[in-house]
Every structure is written in structure tokens, then in C-alpha cells.
Design a binder for this molecule. Structure first.
Ligand SMILES: CCCCCCCCCCC/C=C/C(=O)SCCNC(=O)CCNC(=O)[C@H](O)C(C)(C)COP(=O)(O)OP(=O)(O)OC[C@H]1O[C@@H](n2cnc3c(N)ncnc32)[C@H](O)[C@@H]1OP(=O)(O)O
Ligand SMILES: NC(=O)C1=CN([C@@H]2O[C@H](COP(=O)(O)OP(=O)(O)OC[C@H]3O[C@@H](n4cnc5c(N)ncnc54)[C@H](OP(=O)(O)O)[C@@H]3O)[C@@H](O)[C@H]2O)C=CC1
Length: 279
């Protein structure tokens, strides 16, 4: 689909790149000639993912253990990366969510979602942006958001809040940092099954619907997201700034994706909470 070497010479950090959509995007970036760094909290997972990519694709892939909820740790990671060479692209992909009745969320539970999804994305963007500006280096920030930024979404309220805030950051920085050579863009994926998303959002009893409720009758393919991300971070998209592209088959035009949960009984919610407390 793309010219060979579309991303050649680009050094890209994907947060949460050890699993799911982050790994799928990272893999495509390497195929297109980029140098990739993936970060996350689980070093073993990152190393496994990186080793697979290197074995399959032969490119340069390295890992950084970093909890992006910790701003100081983000700075340490960015300093280490910049000692080798500046990044060209940051992909804010790491996030967390779970379904819960909002009135049952403790403050800690709300923070467990807001901290990686909002604060983590902000810390990484600040850390990359200030280094780019100090050295007059061009950069791109791509944030992976959600259609909850358009529809809102019941029962995942902290995630919808965090994603909406990162969309506000994307639009605001397009104006503030555009003149400094930094583009900020975003993607709002619909349902793209991954073990992480399914584990958090699709407990037993909520197994159906994502494909059948979609106007196109299917969920997204990881390669489709990886292709869009590759285009948006490439120089070919050099005039796209401050935009969020929806990639959901038209699903959000029909439903936010959470309305089925309005029918859940108290017993179902109690079961959901109990499943969580058993770990
Ligand atoms: C039909 C149309 C379809 C439409 C399309 C919809 C598409 C969906 C789009 C959704 C957009 C976003 C998606 C995603 O983000 S998917 C990514 C999912 N991946 C992850 O979440 C990975 C990271 N996850 C984690 O780190 C953990 O799972 C967790 C989020 C729980 C955070 O872990 P942490 O170690 O920080 O937290 P603790 O375990 O210490 O818990 C902290 C407090 O939170 C409470 N808690 C935890 N889980 C739950 C739960 N399930 N329900 C309620 N409360 C929970 C926990 O009890 C702690 O609070 P207390 O100390 O007060 O007890
Ligand atoms: N899959 C889907 O249908 C949809 C996904 N999205 C978005 O796509 C992105 C990827 O989701 P998906 O691949 O499905 O889920 P995953 O659970 O696979 O991805 C989340 C990644 O984030 C990392 N992460 C979580 N917390 C932290 C932290 N504190 N510091 C560093 N890394 C962290 C995790 O690694 P580790 O635990 O090792 O830290 C993991 O690799 C997310 O932004 C999600 O909101 C949006 C809409 C739909």
C-alpha cells in the first residue's frame, strides 16, 4: 500500500508497544523502515515482542521499561533515548480502562484510569515536545483515542474523560506547536479486539455485538489501524495537524457501544465487581 521506506530515518517511540494495537502499529512502522522503541511496565513482554519483530523483520527495535504514570520516570526514559538520538515521532498508545457503574468507582479506581490515559500521555508529550523545541527538531505526536471523545460513553467514564482531554491537547498543541514544526494528530479506533481490551471491556455475558452492531458487520483489523497510523506520522501527511481520524466502520454513528450495559441487572454488576475483587 505504501512506498517502500515511507518511514525510513524516523525514530519512533510507541508507548504500550509491547501488546495489542501498539505492537501492531510498531510492527508496521518497522516494515516501513522506521527505528522503533516500545515502552511499557512489563519488561519481559516488551523484550518478547521486540525479539519477534527483529526476527521477522530484521529492523532496529529496542525496549524501555517505563511506567508513564510517573513523570520523573518518563524524563529518565526520554533522556536515555535522546542520548542516542532524538525521537521523530511519539505515539501515545498506552492506556487503561474497565467497565464499572460510575457511582461505584473509588477515587483510586478513577485515578487508575486517568493516570496512564491522561497524565501519562501528557507527560510523554511534554517530555518529547520540550526536547524537540529546545533543539528546533521537527516532531509528530500521534495519540490513540476513542470515539467516546465524540459520543461520551456510559460505564467507562474516566476513560472517556481522559481520551477527550487528550483530544483537547491534540487540537491545542496543533496551534501552539505547529509553528515550531511539531504536528499533533489522533486516531479514534472503534472495536479492534485485543486481549487487553476484551479482558477489560467484554466480560462473560457481553460477548456479542461488536461486529453485528457495526454498519459494516465486522470489527477492525489491526493492519487497518497500523496503515492509518503510518500515513498520519509520515511526511505524506505533513499538512494534517490537530485532526482526529475516526476508524470504526461508522459504528459511533449508530451507538456509543455501551448501551447494552444499561440493561444489566444489579446481580450482573455485583458479579462483575466480585470477579474483580478475586483478582
Ligand atoms: C458495539 C459497538 C462497539 C463500540 C466500540 C467500543 C470500543 C471500546 C473503546 C474503548 C476505549 C478504550 C479502550 C482501552 O483503553 S483498551 C486497553 C485496556 N488495557 C488495559 O486496561 C491495560 C492496563 N490495565 C491495567 O493496568 C489494569 O487493568 C487496571 C486498569 C485495573 C489498573 O491497574 P492498577 O494496578 O493501576 O490498579 P489496581 O489493580 O491497583 O486498582 C486500583 C483501583 O481500581 C479499582 N479497580 C480496578 N479494576 C476495577 C474494576 N474492573 N472495576 C472496579 N474497580 C476496579 C481497584 O479496586 C482499586 O481501587 P480501590 O483501591 O479503591 O479498591
Ligand atoms: N482495542 C480496542 O478496541 C480499542 C483500543 N483503543 C486504544 O488503543 C490503545 C491500545 O489498546 P489495546 O492494544 O487494545 O490494549 P492493551 O491492553 O494491549 O494496551 C495497553 C498497553 O499500555 C501499556 N500500559 C498500560 N499502563 C501503562 C503504564 N502505566 N505505563 C506504561 N505502559 C502502560 C500496557 O503495557 P504494560 O501493562 O506492560 O504497562 C499495554 O501494552 C489504547 O490507547 C486504547 O485505549 C481505543 C479504542 C478501541
Amino acid at each position: 500500500m505504501f512506498e517502500k521506506g515511507l518511514l525510513k530515518g524516523k525514530r519512533i517511540l510507541v508507548t504500550g508497544g509491547g501488546s495489542g494495537l501498539g505492537a501492531a502499529m510498531g510492527r508496521r512502522f518497522v516494515e516501513l523502515g522506521a527505528e522503533l522503541i516500545i515502552c511499557g511496565r512489563r519488561l519481559e513482554l516488551l523484550e518478547q515482542t521486540a525479539a519477534l519483530m527483529r526476527a521477522d523483520l530484521g529492523g532496529k527495535v529496542s525496549v524501555a521499561r517505563c511506567d508513564i504514570r510517573d513523570g520523573a520516570a518518563v524524563d529518565v526514559m526520554m533522556d536515555a533515548l535522546w542520548r542516542e538520538a532524538p525521537l521523530d515521532v511519539l505515539v501515545n498508545n498506552a492506556a487503561a480502562t474497565f467497565i464499572a457503574q460510575t457511582e461505584h468507582l473509588s477515587f483510586r479506581a478513577a485515578d487508575a484510569i486517568l493516570a496512564p490515559t491522561l497524565h501519562g500521555a501528557m507527560y510523554c508529550t511534554l517530555a518529547a515536545g520540550k526536547r524537540w523545541i529546545e533543539t528546533a527538531h521537527k516532531g509528530v505526536v500521534l495519540s490513540i483515542l476513542s470515539t467516546s471523545t465524540i459520543t461520551g460513553r456510559a460505564f467507562t467514564v474516566p476513560s472517556a474523560m481522559a481520551k477527550s482531554a487528550v483530544l483537547a491537547m491534540t487540537k491545542s498543541l496543533a496551534v501552539e506547536w505547529g509553528p515550531k514544526g511539531i504536528r499533533t494528530v489522533a486516531i479514534a479506533p472503534g472495536a479492534f479486539p485485543t486481549p487487553g481490551a476484551s479482558g477489560q471491556l467484554r466480560p462473560e455475558g457481553r460477548d456479542e455485538g461488536w461486529a453485528s452492531k457495526n454498519p459494516l458487520g465486522r470489527v477492525g483489523e489491526h493492519g487497518e489501524l497500523a496503515d492509518l497510523a503510518s500515513f498520519l506520522i509520515s511526511d505524506r501527511a505533513g499538512y494534517i495537524n490537530g485532526e482526529m481520524v475516526v476508524l470504526d466502520g461508522g459504528s459511533h454513528l449508530r451507538s456509543s457501544g455501551a448501551e447494552d450495559l444499561l440493561q444489566w441487572t444489579d446481580a450482573q454488576w455485583e458479579k462483575q465487581r466480585a470477579a474483580r475483587s478475586k483478582g
